[in-house]
Design a protein around this ligand. Structure first.
Ligand code: EAX
Length: 324
């Protein structure tokens, strides 16, 4: 090779080595379930979409942490970028969120998804900003059902006396107290040991959570109460959003919408197959329930919610109808 070509090659190589590597931004998201779950599906869709749309200028790391309150605290102080969490503990950080945790508030999945994506649901997300958090988008955990290992539950009276693990959620705890149960709030990370040791008799969670965590191994009876719809959220620290350029913010929100679509699709799939799967795994499933009886039994709790929560917002959430 001629001296001239060797010199040119050396110069090109030096230039390449000196060129600044493309700046890359890391975003860490934590959620409380296995990767193969409705939250994992959402987090993965977010990661793949954001990395694709930014040509890998953003790299998303997904981690599991089954203490939702801890994740929201970490996101609020900035030691965690983002979290996917149920609304369970979130009402302790953003009080308005408690309104969406009221039992029997949503008619079905279409109602829940529609009203949360409407200006009504968005008005709740804006209240995160004054709490040092960003409520990026509504996700979904699903309608919650009761499991226990003491007896079959077919009516409100059967709940009386059961020690039921609840999330650290005052609205849910009020409901179970009204039914005569003994609500025991704890993080999800403590649930399975508590069930194994008999510290609690039962718990309540959506089918996707029960299936993904094999709760059939520590619970015998499943009662399809659908007593409350459990929204989820993608929540981030304000600094994550603050450093996004306008173009990157567009990509970020497109990734959030992709997460919502994948998460909801997985919930629908798990709902369709999960009950039969839990029967196959040996659970006794009680599905013929008098929902009106449960709502009647909860009347004192509903009166309390009207007093202690936002009655006008509850009415907007409850009465929302899709545009014809
Ligand atoms: O968000 O704590 C719970 O029961 C939640 O439903 C679970 O962590 C998924």
């Amino acid at each position: 090779m001629s001296m001239l070509r060797r010199t040119a090659l050396a110069a090109a190589l030096a230039g390449a080595l000196a060129a600044p590597a493309l700046a890359q931004t890391q975003i860490t998201i934590q959620h409380p379930l296995p990767l193969n779950s409705h939250y994992g599906a959402g987090a993965t869709a977010f990661k793949e979409t954001l990395e694709r749309l930014t040509n890998n200028r953003y790299r998303v790391t997904i981690q599991r942490n089954d203490n939702e309150r801890e994740m929201v605290e970490s996101t609020q102080i900035g030691t965690l970028d983002c979290t996917v969490t149920s609304t369970g503990p979130v009402g302790n950080f953003v009080p308005a969120v408690r309104n969406v945790d009221v039992p029997f508030l949503f008619r079905d999945y279409a109602h829940a998804r529609g009203v949360l994506d409407s200006d009504v649901g968005q008005s709740i997300l804006t209240q995160f900003n004054s709490r040092g958090l960003v409520g990026v988008i509504w996700l979904e955990n699903g309608f919650r059902h009761l499991t226990n290992s003491r007896r079959e539950v077919a009516a409100p009276a059967d709940v009386r006396g059961l020690k039921v693990r609840t999330m650290e959620n005052q609205v849910h705890m009020r409901a179970f107290t009204t039914l005569g149960a003994l609500p025991t709030p704890m993080a999800f990370s403590e649930l399975v040991p508590a069930l194994q040791q008999g510290t609690v008799d039962g718990q309540e969670n959506p089918i996707p959570v029960i299936v993904a965590n094999n709760l059939n191994q520590v619970q015998r009876y499943l009662t399809l109460t659908a007593h409350v719809y459990s929204p989820a959220l993608l929540i981030c620290n304000p600094s994550v959003m603050g450093r996004l350029s306008a173009a990157d913010r567009t990509a970020f929100m497109e990734a959030a919408r992709a997460a919502q679509a994948a998460n909801r699709e997985r919930v629908s799939a798990d709902e369709a197959s999960g009950v039969e799967e839990l029967r196959r795994r040996g659970m006794t499933v009680t599905s013929q329930l008098d929902n009106a009886a449960f709502q009647t039994a909860l009347a004192p709790a509903f009166a309390e919610y009207e007093r202690s929560l936002d009655g006008a917002l509850l009415r907007r959430l409850r009465e929302w109808q899709p545009r014809q």
